[in-house]
Design a protein around this ligand. Structure first.
Ligand code: AHR
Length: 348
C-alpha cells in the first residue's frame, strides 16, 4: 500500500513538473521561446452568418516597447466591433516563422494578410503564393524589397530614411549652436536588426548628412537587434575598444536603455550636460522622460500607431475604392525644448 502511494506521489510530482515546465515554455519564458510562431486569436472564431473580415497578421516579434505599442494599435483598430476577426501571430524575430504564418493564412483563405517584414529580402515566393490565392497583402511598419511591386497592395509605415536624416540635421544644428562645428567628432552607432528596413534606412539617412561633414568620423556601427540586453553588450564593446566617443546614435530606445546602463556603470554621463551626445529613435514614453531630464539629447519619433491607417485602407478596399500604395505616418523630433508638452498624452 505504502509502496504504491510512493509510486503515485512520484508520478504526480513528475506530472506537476512537466505541467509547470510546459506552461512556463508556452508562456514564452522558456529556452524555446524563439523557435515557433505564437499564433493566437484572442476572440472566438466568427460564428456562421457573422460577416467579419478575417485578417491574418504576422507581427515580427515583441523585441521592443515600440513593437508592443504597434501590436496594440493594430489590435485596437481591427476589432470585432469594427467588423474584423484578427488572427495575430508573433514571429519572434524569425523570417521562417513569418513565412510559415503567411502560408497558414493562405491555406485558411483569410480575406487579408498583413505582416511586418523582419528583414527586407526573401519574400517574393510566399507573396506570389498569396497573390495567386487572390489575397491582398498589406505591409506594416517595415518594407520588403520585391522584384514585383504588385505582390502587395499597400504599405503603412515610417519614412525611415527621413528619420535618419533628421538625426543628422539635428546633430549638425546642435554642434553649430555649441560652437563645435569645426571639431573632430567621433560617432558610434548601435544598429537595429541587420537587413531590416529600419536599420538600412536609418543608417542611409544619417549617412546622407554625415557625408557632408569631413570632421564627423563614424568609428563603428554594430548591430544590437533592437533590444536592451544587446544594446548594453554592444555599448560595453564600444567603450572597451574606442576612446574619445563624442556621439552615440542608437537606432531605437530599447538599445538606448541598454547603452545607458553600460555608460552609467563606467561613470560616463550623457545628454545636455553630459560628456556624450545621445541620439535615439522611437520616442516611447520612458525615453521621452529621459529627454525631459536631459539624459537623451534628442529622440527621433517612429510612430507605432498605425492601426487606424490600416483600418481605413481595408475599409476602402472593401468599398472597391482605390488606396495609396505608400502610406507614411506622421512623426516628430523631441528635445528638451518641446518634449514636456507631449509627455502627458503619451500612452506607450
Ligand atoms: O521597425 C521599427 C523599429 O522596430 C523600431 O524602431 C524598433 O523599436 C522596432 O523594434
Amino acid at each position: 500500500m505504502r509502496h504504491s502511494y510512493k509510486k503515485y506521489a512520484g508520478l504526480a510530482c513528475r506530472m506537476l513538473f512537466w505541467m509547470l515546465f510546459l506552461s512556463f515554455v508556452t508562456a514564452g519564458c522558456g529556452p524555446f521561446q524563439d523557435v515557433a510562431p505564437d499564433v493566437h486569436s484572442e476572440k472566438k472564431m466568427p460564428d456562421e452568418g457573422e460577416n467579419l473580415i478575417v485578417v491574418g497578421f504576422s507581427q515580427l516579434g515583441s523585441e521592443s516597447l515600440w513593437r508592443t505599442a504597434n501590436s496594440e494599435s493594430i489590435q485596437e483598430a481591427l476589432t470585432r466591433e469594427n467588423g474584423f476577426f484578427l488572427e495575430f501571430s508573433n514571429a519572434r524575430q524569425k523570417q521562417e516563422n513569418q513565412i510559415k504564418a503567411i502560408r497558414g493564412f493562405i491555406s485558411q483563405r483569410v480575406d487579408y494578410i498583413m505582416f511586418s517584414p523582419v528583414t527586407e529580402s526573401g519574400w517574393d515566393t510566399v507573396l506570389r503564393e498569396a497573390k495567386d490565392a487572390g489575397i491582398p497583402v498589406i505591409l506594416v511598419d517595415r518594407k520588403a524589397s520585391l522584384e514585383d511591386d504588385s505582390l502587395y497592395t499597400a504599405w503603412v509605415g515610417s519614412d525611415m530614411i527621413s528619420e535618419g536624416e533628421k538625426a543628422g540635421i539635428w546633430l549638425e544644428d546642435y554642434l553649430k549652436e555649441e560652437g563645435r562645428e569645426e571639431e573632430e567628432i567621433n560617432i558610434v552607432v548601435l544598429q537595429g536588426t541587420v537587413g531590416s528596413s529600419a536599420q538600412l534606412e536609418r543608417t542611409k539617412g544619417f549617412q546622407n548628412i554625415a557625408k557632408e561633414h569631413a570632421n564627423w568620423h563614424i568609428l563603428k556601427q554594430e548591430p544590437a537587434d533592437f533590444t536592451t540586453a544587446k544594446g548594453k553588450e554592444v555599448m560595453e564593446m564600444f567603450l572597451r575598444n574606442y576612446t574619445g566617443i563624442d556621439v552615440v546614435i542608437s537606432q531605437n530606445d530599447d538599445m538606448t536603455f541598454g547603452a545607458l546602463q553600460a555608460m552609467e556603470e563606467k561613470g560616463i554621463t550623457t545628454g545636455v550636460d553630459g560628456e556624450i551626445i545621445l541620439i535615439s529613435f522611437d520616442a516611447v514614453r520612458e525615453a521621452l522622460e529621459l529627454v525631459s531630464q536631459g539624459v537623451i539629447n534628442v529622440d527621433i519619433e517612429c510612430n507605432p500607431e498605425q492601426g487606424d491607417y490600416i483600418l481605413e485602407i481595408i475599409r476602402k478596399l472593401e468599398n472597391g475604392e482605390p488606396v495609396d500604395k505608400e502610406n507614411i505616418v506622421e512623426e516628430k523630433v523631441f528635445t528638451q525644448k518641446n518634449v514636456d508638452e507631449y509627455l502627458d498624452t503619451r500612452t506607450y
